[in-house]
Ligand binder design. Structure first.
Ligand SMILES: Cc1cc2nc3c(=O)[nH]c(=O)nc-3n(C[C@H](O)[C@H](O)[C@H](O)COP(=O)(O)O)c2cc1C
Length: 266
């Protein structure tokens, strides 16, 4: 107490008093900020989890009026896949964090320039996939996490496919920093709607899906693979095209998708 009263007794223009008051103020503020960060972490984690579930439910077309997100998400089963082999691995999807794993040298794969069409530099060895099955256990939908560079930012989202691992159920991004009104139009429901029902692979099993500034006419048999690019945002559109190609290709979920298409993946 006497130390405090000694400090308070100092004149206001004393350098010593200024330093002590500034130090004590900084200490109190840093304790307040770090306590808030620690105390709010569980709430933030819960919100993040909820947001991910909300996105998966929306992109996979599982949202229903009067049904809560957590209720709708009960139909979804999460599993962790080894991207190289396409096999499931014994990791808890509630704990496995692919975004953290992607920057951990022990858990990631560095991509060569030729491989890295999504401009992500590295990816985790494993990825969490989300499955929806019918009552007989038949695979209905597969929801794959996707990410890649647009013009200004890395876009993170999900691509949902039907159980045939070929027909698109939906696409959406939950995080990006593209320009609102330009690249940000990746969130436009009308633009996202045109992905629904499109096909990924041609008869030879090659990725034929493309985001293009010159989509073919609806009457053309190729129309089923074409997504009309965003106008005024060709660079973001190219980024989306590239990231979708990456994640559906051999360095992404290619092995896993092949297993499902051959009837052995779910
Ligand atoms: C301030 C500013 C922000 C922009 N943001 C984006 C963007 O988010 N995504 C994008 O593809 N293009 C963006 N552009 C436009 C690109 O520079 C480029 O002109 C555009 O991608 C070309 O698309 P277009 O061929 O459809 O016109 C932006 C341009 C400006 C000036």
């Amino acid at each position: 107490m006497s130390v405090i009263s000694d400090v308070l007794a100092l004149p206001n223009d004393s350098r010593k008093k200024t330093y002590i008051v500034a130090f004590v103020l900084c200490l109190i503020c840093s304790i307040a900020v770090s306590s808030a960060a620690v105390l709010l972490k569980p709430v933030q984690d819960k919100n993040k989890q909820f947001d991910k579930q909300r996105n998966i439910v929306a992109i996979a077309g599982l949202a229903q009026d009067g049904v809560s997100v957590s209720e709708a998400f009960k139909q979804v089963e999460a599993k962790v896949v080894d991207l190289q082999t396409g096999e499931y691995v014994d990791l808890d999807p509630k704990i496995f964090d692919a975004r953290a794993a992607a920057v951990d040298p022990k858990q990631n794969v560095v991509l060569s320039k030729e491989q890295d069409i999504a401009s992500i530099k590295r990816r985790a060895k494993y990825a969490t996939v989300y499955l929806v099955k019918d009552e007989q256990g038949k695979l209905q939908k597969i929801i794959l996490p996707i990410s890649g560079y647009g013009l200004w930012s890395t876009l993170h989202g999900f691509l949902a496919l039907q159980g045939d691992a070929n027909t698109i159920v939906g696409l959406g991004f939950y995080e990006h920093a593209e320009t609102p009104g330009l690249g940000g139009e990746v969130d436009n429901p009308n633009w996202k709607a045109q992905w629904i029902g499109k096909k990924v692979f041609d008869e030879q099993g090659k990725i034929a899906l493309r985001v293009t500034k010159a989509p073919v006419a609806d009457s053309d048999p190729r129309a089923v693979y074409d997504i009309d690019a965003l106008s005024g945002a060709t660079l973001t559109s190219n980024g989306v095209n590239n990231l979708v190609h990456f994640w559906l290709g051999p360095d992404g979920f290619g092995s896993y998708i092949q297993k499902i298409r051959q009837g052995g993946g779910a």
